[in-house]
Design a protein around this ligand. Structure first.
Ligand SMILES: [Fe+2]
Ligand SMILES: [Fe+2]
Length: 136
């Protein structure tokens, strides 16, 4: 795995993560920035509302990014489009379930745990599912 972590959270882009599709790489880099910003909000104790706000930003970004990938799949006639799109749907449902727990009150450690789960699920998707459409 090529993701360098200088703390338990911090993500650094590296060329081995390139999909060979510049617009997608730009979005994946942006996603990693959002994860690092979430990390900062937690590490610097910016407060629960700020942490939640940054989690929501990640979910919104993922939603738009997934739609973009799906549009490209149609353009490419990508054979795994249906299976990949299903993964997106499942992932968004899982992320919404994680977020719903915070609609009312929550403890700080629960929020940190949720942040880690969101990060892990999305990174795992990038490294497994997205890598399948990599263009060399
Ligand atoms: Fe992606
Ligand atoms: Fe994807």
């Amino acid at each position: 795995m090529s993701l360098q972590t200088s703390s338990s959270w911090r993500l650094e882009w590296d060329d081995s993560l390139s999909m060979g599709v510049p617009e997608i790489d730009a979005e994946h880099q942006h996603f990693m920035q959002l994860i690092n910003q979430l990390n900062e909000a937690i590490a610097e104790r910016m407060g629960i509302e700020e942490v939640k706000q940054r989690m929501r930003a990640i979910l919104e970004d993922a939603k738009a990014h997934f739609a973009h990938e799906e549009a490209l799949f149609r353009e490419w006639n990508y054979p795994d489009a249906v299976a990949h799109t299903q993964k997106h749907v499942q992932l968004m449902a899982a992320l919404h379930t994680i977020m719903q727990r915070f609609e009312h009150n929550c403890l700080e450690y629960e929020l940190i745990d949720a942040g880690l789960k969101i990060k892990t699920a999305l990174i795992e998707h990038l490294l497994t599912e997205d890598m399948k459409y990599r263009r060399r």
